[in-house]
Write a protein of this length. Structure first.
Length: 191
């Protein structure tokens, strides 16, 4: 929910892929239940930022398995048990009287607060591991802020700033300090 990784990427994650100092998870591989470690879905490695809430959980988990920053040894690479992890998750959801949420839904959940926080679509696309930004926009575009009135307000504010930037200099002369012609504020037409 806080990293947006695919199930296979979670299964292939190794201790050395988690860099708490730099606050990133290095997504370097995926996991196939028959083949083991494989390339990521789109064959691109990526870094996913670690939010403070996730960092706290990861730090606690790494310490509970006996790993500490700077140690040379890490547990042997193996995937976590998907079935046992899902069984524990289902029990937790049931005990909390909440609807079950699977790993892929958790991936989608990651995108929503990222968008609400103002993360740009290109960065989110990279963090999610999408091969193109159009995948991100097609899937999550409806969550992105903006509508006609907001767009009009943004345009109005931009035009007001542009007009005020031009006003003092253009009243004196049609050229600015670089010698380039500048548009007079009263020459801006409404088209």
């Amino acid at each position: 929910m806080y990293a947006g990784l695919r199930c296979g990427e979670l299964m292939a994650l190794r201790v050395e892929d988690v860099d708490l100092g730099a606050s990133v998870i290095h997504v370097r591989r995926g996991w196939d239940r028959k083949e083991g470690a494989v390339a990521t879905k789109n064959r691109k490695e990526r870094n996913v930022p670690i939010a403070a809430v996730l960092s706290d959980h990861l730090d606690e988990h790494l310490l509970s398995v006996g790993w500490a920053p700077g140690t040379c040894s890490a547990p042997p690479p193996r995937a976590f048990g998907y079935t046992s992890a899902m069984d524990r998750a289902k029990k937790a959801w049931k005990d909390a009287k909440l609807a079950r949420l699977g790993l892929h839904e958790a991936r989608h959940t990651f995108a929503s607060p990222m968008i609400a926080a103002g993360v740009n679509a290109k960065a989110l696309s990279t963090y999610m591991g999408h091969s193109t930004i159009s995948i991100t926009l097609d899937r999550y575009g409806h969550l992105m802020p903006g509508n006609e009135s907001e767009a009009a307000g943004l345009l109005d504010a931009y035009l007001a700033r542009a007009a005020s930037d031009l006003a003092p200099a253009s009243r004196q002369s049609c050229t600015d300090s670089t010698g380039l012609n500048r548009v007079q504020p009263d020459e801006i037409t409404h088209g």
